[in-house]
Design a protein around this ligand. Structure first.
Ligand code: FEO
Ligand code: CA
Ligand code: CA
Ligand code: CA
Length: 607
């Protein structure tokens, strides 16, 4: 069918049941298609995937591996768009014939893996006036672009750019990094760029045992081993590029863990790493324009017992897409104030016993403050300079006693309400051994299934320094008494485990994708109203193939298409290219892919 008039409204789709199928499942009345899969040509003239012939050159012109963040930016009218996708990491065992170990890969293969990291920009066209999209093919694809860990140059901006912490032998000024690592989630800015979070960058480095002694605690706080030369699970990239050996280049690790900004509309533009937004295991960043015109980016540090952050720009957003406004807006994330969250419950501590039982006031809720860490070049953390705070932001959060959360993943403001939603994916260590016990914002010990955190800024002002909060959803099987779905009838709710990414449709419904379903079924995508009487009526919209996590998601502005990323299908212990645990999407071996789902009758998705 062709597109109907009308925007998204209440969610009326029929929930799909949990399953373990090696397929992408969508509700009745919907269809889905692969948009781009690993190895598909991105640059004009690129060859298709041939796993027996992969080279870094080929991979650098093809769609990368393990797609996570998905953004779809309208290009001209409603028929063309730019798809921007992160490629978080690689599964070498599922990529290379005859794989035995990471150590045994050739240097050429290591370089293929480096080229399969990064981002892709792909021009899309709408199919026959429907909600389906496909890549534009041909010789003239001016926007199509690959950004890789192997070779793409990035400029540092902000107060820590050029600081001693960022200087290396290859970059004595500390202003230019090569490559981007472990790009997880991200966001589309109001000025039409994409932000991407560099997350688990620690796994790419060896030689932390040989780093200067004074640096070791700082490396260790970011998960880099300072006792083993080659920690378990190392990707061994130092065999291709010596900079990944911290014994020789101890500052190279500081050049990752940033928020990256890419301007997909300017294919010649150099991507930037914004030091003003701090250095963590960045899940991503999502921006809203506050009432006073400043822009606010919300961010999570995805580690057990790490923190929630926000950045407030110094300058104000200029509306419109004049060249002047665009140039101005591209500088908004270069200067501002970085905050970390302190979250307090309003119920007696004794009522939060780690079981997930609701306290006597009937809600996990309370108040919070944004603790200022650094503003421009001024540090608010005793004993740390601004460059220290921005480069070792976790240590700054420790120093000010920020609230230790259950793995903050995607954090996204609703552009309709200004309220902010954060996925706490899980925390197997909460209340275990000597680890911190439960608090009202992280109320379950050994939290297997995670929860959703809702933050409402004081006075509806996203630049405010205080907020109220609550947990609208405490995940798991609705039959489990420790779950909570905003008080909605649990019999009507889909089971959900390990929320990772969040998104909104234009009606303000909250969409949640999962990674690591601890209930034994495949991961998937869910949606719920978040205001009104349907708040908490969570329903499963989609499930991904066996062994995959669900990423994206992205609902287009016209509500006609839901994009999702199927990341690491078939990632099962013991699986290989020759013995795949998943053969999705083509029936031969597993390929991560971005998919689009649309309503067959052309109506708004979900409704
Ligand atoms: Fe890459 Fe936090 O998920
Ligand atoms: Ca309470
Ligand atoms: Ca994630
Ligand atoms: Ca994930």
């Amino acid at each position: 069918g062709t597109l109907k008039k009308g925007k998204a409204g209440p969610l009326t789709f029929k929930a799909i049941p949990p399953n373990r199928l090696d397929n992408l499942i969508v509700p009745n009345g919907y269809d889905s298609a692969v948009v781009m899969r690993w190895g598909d040509p991105v640059l004009p003239g690129a060859p298709g995937l041939d796993v027996t012939k992969q080279t870094a050159k080929r991979q650098s012109a093809q769609f990368g591996y393990n797609n996570d963040f998905v953004g779809v930016l309208p290009l001209r009218g409603d028929r063309r768009a730019l798809l921007v996708v992160n490629h978080e990491y690689t599964n070498e065992e599922l990529m290379f014939p005859g794989f035995t170990s990471l150590e045994a890969l050739t240097v050429d293969q290591v370089e293929v893996a480096m080229a399969a990291h990064g981002l892709s920009v792909v021009e899309l066209e709408r199919v026959d006036g429907t909600g389906q999209w496909q890549p534009v093919r041909g010789r003239h694809l001016p926007y199509n672009r690959r950004i890789t860990a192997l070779a793409t140059s990035f400029a540092f901006t902000g107060p820590a750019a050029g600081s001693a912490w960022l200087r290396t032998a290859a970059d004595p000024k500390g202003t230019t990094a090569i490559g981007t690592l472990n790009n997880c989630s991200g966001g589309v800015t109001p000025w039409g760029t994409v932000l991407s979070g560099e997350e688990n960058f620690n796994q790419y480095f060896v030689g932390g045992d040989g780093a200067p002694e004074a640096l070791k605690p700082k490396l260790a706080r970011y998960g880099i081993s300072t006792t083993a030369r080659v920690p378990a699970g190392s990707r061994r990239w130092e065999r291709a590029q010596e900079r990944f050996d911290l014994a020789k280049h101890p500052h190279e690790a500081h050049r990752f863990g940033w928020i990256v900004e890419v301007d997909p509309f300017d294919p010649e533009s150099r991507p930037r790493k914004h030091t003003a937004l701090g250095r963590l295991k960045h899940e991503g960043a999502n921006v809203i324009v506050a009432k006073n015109g400043k822009v606010v980016a919300y961010m999570g540090d995805d580690e057990r017992f790490d923190y929630l952050y926000k950045f407030v720009s110094d300058k104000k957003y200029l509306p419109g897409d004049s060249a002047y406004a665009r140039r101005h807006n591209l500088t908004l994330l270069e200067s501002g104030t970085l905050y970390v969250a302190k979250v307090t419950g309003d119920s007696p501590a004794g009522e939060i016993d780690g079981s997930g039982k609701l306290p006597s006031d009937g809600a996990f809720d309370g108040t919070g403050t944004w603790i200022k860490l650094v503003s421009g070049n001024r540090s608010y953390v005793p004993g740390m300079t601004a460059a220290d705070v921005l480069t070792f932001t976790r240590l700054a959060g420790d120093a000010v006693l920020a609230t230790k959360m259950d793995r903050p993943e995607d954090v996204q403001p609703s552009l309709r309400t200004g309220k902010v939603y954060a996925a706490m994916t899980n925390n197997s260590n909460r209340g275990v051994g000597t680890n911190p016990g439960p608090d009202e914002a992280n109320p379950r010990n050994a939290n297997k299934h995670g929860h959703i955190f809702e933050l409402v800024e004081q006075g509806g002002d996203n630049t405010a320094e205080s907020f109220t909060w609550s947990l609208p959803i405490v995940c798991g099987d609705p039959a489990d008494p420790s779950t909570y779905f905003a008080g909605y009838d649990k019999a009507a709710v889909s089971p959900i485990s390990c929320p990772d990414n969040v998104a909104f449709d234009s009606a303000g419904n909250l969409w949640i994708s999962t990674d690591g379903n601890a209930l034994g079924a495949n991961d998937g995508l869910f949606a719920t109203a978040i205001e009104g009487s349907e708040r908490g009526h969570l329903k499963q919209f989609l499930t991904v193939p066996y062994g995959a996590e669900t990423c994206g998601p992205f609902i287009t502005g016209d509500d006609r298409s839901v994009f999702a990323a199927v990341q690491h299908p078939g990632e099962i212990t013991g699986a290989s290219l020759e013995k795949p645990a998943s053969t999705w999407p083509d029936g031969d071996f597993a390929k991560p892919a971005v998919v689009v789902t649309w309503r067959l009758d052309g109506g708004p998705v979900g409704s």
